[in-house]
Write a protein that binds this ligand. Structure first.
Ligand code: NAP
Ligand code: MG
Length: 472
């Protein structure tokens, strides 16, 4: 491997020592205070107010007033202007947001710079364009907003998940109260400042940092809809708690995607896709290609090239522009990854990790490849949500589909083959919300994303995603 000199990102965003809750256009105190740390160093970055049930009620009331008096009655064209303004501001401040996201989350700067922040801005541009065209979305002549939306998001793509939630909600005339994840509130709070800068009417966007209890209070509050992205366990609890109420719900949950490599695939290209599929964002990706299904006749070749490639991945400082794999988001997540990986060893799978130095402080996990994996093993069934790949083999296409679908999840899948007919054949049979062919982890605001089975329901993005925010 080439030795590169360090290439640290030099811009430092202005991070305040303390952030309040963002309610009705202003930063206010909460019920308690908690800290956010940089997972790459374990240093405290800032402190932040935590929202209690009373704060949630205030924020929802502010969102209700804003929706009824200002945002709902506003023409779509006017709402669109605000969304365009937010999109442009996000683009103008993209470098600052990218560095802040790397600091708070641990993900590499090249990903926040080239993926998270630009894709978040794209979601605002895309939905700004829909705001005055909702009558043409095929959802009725004059589709109405739902009202106030409670939104809860995870830590793996903080600003991007915020954009996926807030952009369509606002475009459709709703107002929002959003709870970012406990470990990654920074870019949501910077986004609140950006809403002030854009002169967004007070109450249209409210941001309530906190932990699970804040999320639960928001789900219980007087909202018209709950939009949740996170684990299947919490999604199930939310669905139960709102059953029988007037509230609508969309759930974007976990996954255990199969990435299928047929014997006629372009091997080098497939290896890049396998690496991107599982090691992008430290594997903290709901649609990660965490189960590699490779046809037996090419398994040895694929695995040897894969290991060669993985050995060149650079693990370390998220702010170094050469870094491929950054820090694990939290001590808790590192523990979960470590424990599940141990079960893989215990159940008899063969483990392989490249030799690489890890920084002394912070939370780190080596890229890991398990071979000799059986369907019954926990590493083949449960979402690890870390840089850990489980490799299984198959002999016939039918067997590949059967194994791919043998999971309670159904979020995504990948197919690698030279034959277009085989792509279509496989896509028809795979039970997954998105199937990528000869690529992986591609996203676009115009393309709906969402799961089948225990990966949840509802779609985000595209024309289909609007339906989740309109009274149709
Ligand atoms: P999580 O524990 O379900 O947390 C998600 C969010 O819900 C966080 O903001 C969390 O707060 C909050 N929360 C926790 N308990 C709650 C409760 N009882 N009521 C309401 N809200 C509650 O998931 P995670 O571990 O942070 O995220 C990883 C999971 O998200 C994985 O399973 C992954 O597959 C899934 N995910 C899915 C998608 C998708 O689009 N399908 C995208 C990204 C991630 P705290 O911050 O305090 O935990
Ligand atoms: Mg943090």
């Amino acid at each position: 491997m080439f030795e590169y000199a360090p290439a640290p990102e030099s811009v430092r965003p202005e991070i305040k020592e303390h952030y309040g809750l963002f309610v009705d256009g202003e930063f206010v105190d909460g019920e308690a205070v908690f800290k956010s740390v940089n997972p790459a160093t374990e240093e405290v970055l800032f402190t932040v107010a935590e929202a209690g049930a009373a704060d949630v009620a205030k924020a929802v009331a502010a969102a209700r007033r804003a929706q009824e008096a200002v945002w709902g009655p506003m023409s779509g064209a006017e709402r669109g202007k605000y969304l365009f303004r937010i999109a442009r501001l996000l683009q103008e401040r993209s470098r600052e947001f990218a560095v802040a996201e790397s600091l708070d989350n641990g993900k590499p700067i090249k990903e926040t710079r080239d993926f998270d922040v630009p894709t978040a801005a794209q979601h605002f541009f895309y939905h700004a364009g829909w705001a005055d065209k909702l009558a043409y979305a095929g959802l009725g002549a004059d589709p109405r907003p739902l009202g106030v939306i409670g939104q809860v998001i995870p830590w793996n793509f903080p600003i991007l998940m915020l954009a996926w939630k807030i952009a369509p909600a606002l475009a459709c005339g709703n107002t929002v109260v959003l709870k970012p994840a406990e470990t990654t509130p920074l870019t949501a709070l910077m986004f609140a400042e950006l809403c002030q800068e854009a002169d967004l009417p007070p109450g249209v966007v409210n941001i309530l940092p906190g932990a699970g209890a804040t999320g639960a209070a928001l789900v219980d509050a007087d909202v018209d809809k709950v939009a949740f992205t996170g684990s299947t366990a919490v999604g199930r609890a939310i669905a139960k708690s709102i059953a029988g109420s007037k509230k609508k719900v969309t759930l974007e949950l976990g996954g255990k995607a199969a990435n299928i490599v047929f014997d006629d695939a372009a091997i080098d290209q497939a290896v890049e896709g396998i690496v991107n599929g599982i090691f992008f964002n430290q594997g903290h990706v709901c649609c990660a290609g965490s189960r590699l299904l490779v046809q037996e006749s090419v398994a040895d070749e694929v695995l040897s090239r894969l290991k060669e490639r993985v050995a060149t991945l650079r693990v370390g400082d998220p702010l170094d522009k050469n870094t491929d794999i950054g820090a694990i988001n939290s001590a808790e997540q590192l523990e979960r990854i470590t424990a599940l990986t141990e079960t893989g060893r215990g159940e008899g799978a063969d483990v392989w990790q490249p030799a690489c130095d890890l920084p002394e402080n912070g939370f780190w996990f080596r890229p890991t490849v398990f071979t000799g994996v059986q369907q019954s093993m926990r590493i083949a069934r449960e979402e690890i949500f870390g840089p850990v790949l489980s490799v299984l083999t198959f002999r016939t296409p039918d067997e590949a589909i059967a194994k791919a679908n043998n999971t309670p999840y159904g979020l995504s899948a990948g197919v690698w083959t030279e034959k277009g007919s085989k792509i279509l054949w496989a896509a028809e049979r795979l039970r997954a919300g998105v199937v990528w062919a000869n690529t992986f982890n591609q996203f676009d605001a115009a393309s709906p994303f969402g799961g089948l089975k225990e990966s949840g329901y509802g779609r985000e993005g595209g024309r289909q995603g609007l339906e989740a925010y309109l009274d149709v």
